[in-house]
Design a protein around this ligand. Structure first.
Ligand code: PEP
Length: 249
């Protein structure tokens, strides 16, 4: 049985004061949630969040990780060992904003996934098609290729990844994939995992991301292949994010 996961990607938002307020409100509000919950703050606030979350079951993640595994002359980069040392259980890899704004391609996403696993940081591998790709009928080809590169690059640790299906046209736009549209792609991703091994298809969690809100979360999370959510904008509001976390049945 896969435990559901709801992760809040704060992107480049927040300051010490607002983060204190957010986590102070969030902790009691999600205490009874059946899901595992994670927050993914800007990197500079990871230590603050680790302090504020001490003793809580809310996990911590990073928004990206270097593909470089060893310390060295890589100005601006942060390696997975540093994330682990700072209390991160998870890291996003290949978020669509990293792919489109910072030139991360499938090979780099696979290298980052490997680097995270080598440090025991659990990668949440983000995949998804653009509006143009969906309109051209290429959704499954695009998502299949994004998944296959990661699965074929890894030597081990396939069962430690989480996949986040995030249609690019739904991220931050207020447009959400319908539960049926999301389920179709999630089921397809599971067949790609099954092509690697049946056990992998059973084990790996596939999250949906793209304008998840309290109002649409329950219906999305009720789909058989949706194992939780990756939530952007709505995770900045403790009450809204708690309602999403508590929508997990
Ligand atoms: C995201 O940043 O991963 C995301 C899904 O954002 P939003 O929920 O705001 O669409």
């Amino acid at each position: 049985m896969r435990q559901k996961l709801v992760a809040g990607n704060w992107k480049m938002h927040g300051d010490s004061q607002s983060i204190r307020e957010l986590l102070t409100a969030l902790k009691p509000a999600v205490a009874e949630s059946a899901a595992e919950i994670a927050v993914i703050p800007p990197l500079v606030y990871v230590p603050l969040c680790a302090d504020l979350l001490a003793g809580s079951s809310i996990a911590l993640g990073a928004q990206t990780v270097s593909e470089q595994r060893n310390p060295g002359a890589f100005t601006g980069e942060v390696c997975a060992d540093m994330l682990a040392d700072s209390g991160c259980r998870y890291t996003l890899v290949g978020h669509s904003e990293r792919r489109s704004l910072y030139g991360e391609n499938d090979a780099l996403v696979a290298a980052k996934t490997e680097a995270a696993l080598a440090a025991n940081v659990l990668p949440i591998v983000c995949v998804g098609e653009t509006k143009e790709q969906r309109e051209a009928g290429a959704t499954l080809d695009v998502v299949g290729q994004q998944i296959d590169v990661v699965l074929s690059t890894l030597n081990s640790g396939h069962d430690k990844i989480t996949v986040a299906y995030e249609p690019v046209w739904a991220i931050g736009t207020g447009l959400t994939a319908s539960p049926e549209q999301a389920q179709e792609v999630h089921a397809f991703i599971r067949t790609r995992l099954a092509a690697h091994s049946a056990e992998l298809a059973d084990t790996v969690r596939i999250l949906y991301g793209g304008s998840v809100k309290a109002a649409n979360a329950a219906e999305l999370f009720a789909q058989p292949d949706i194992d939780g959510g990756l939530v952007g904008g709505a995770s900045l509001d403790a009450e809204e994010f708690a309602a999403i976390c508590n929508a997990i049945g």
